[in-house]
Design a protein around this ligand. Structure first.
Ligand SMILES: [Zn+2]
Length: 108
């Protein structure tokens, strides 16, 4: 779990959740959700796995939303689109109804 200023700004509590495709139930991301409330977006610096998604945050070629892929399931469903949040972080804006979230009991 990442403990930094972003976590502190959200009240210091976080959960590890699995984000799944609502159509085919494939696991899309394992993600650190900071603070309370609904999951509306996934910040790149909070993606734990899979490795190719977790590495987006460290990729020097990804500087803006134009450099980011869409968040897409292997079944073809588009789950999220690139966005930049007001604090400067790049994220995927999640499309309502396209995903499910489950608490990851192993990592939380
Ligand atoms: Zn799917």
């Amino acid at each position: 779990m990442k403990k930094d200023k972003y976590l502190r700004e959200r009240g210091g509590t976080a959960k590890i959740i699995d984000v799944e495709c609502s159509k085919c139930s494939s696991l899309l991301l394992t993600y650190q959700k900071d603070g309370p409330g609904w999951l509306k977006r996934c910040y790149l610096n909070r993606i734990i796995s899979p490795p190719n998604m977790a590495e987006l945050n460290k990729n020097p070629l990804i500087k803006s939303t134009a450099d980011m892929p869409y968040l897409k399931c292997s079944c073809g469903e588009v789950i999220g689109s690139p966005m930049r949040y007001k604090d400067g972080r790049l994220a995927f804006h999640l499309i309502r109804g396209k995903f499910k979230r489950e608490l990851n009991k192993e990592l939380s």
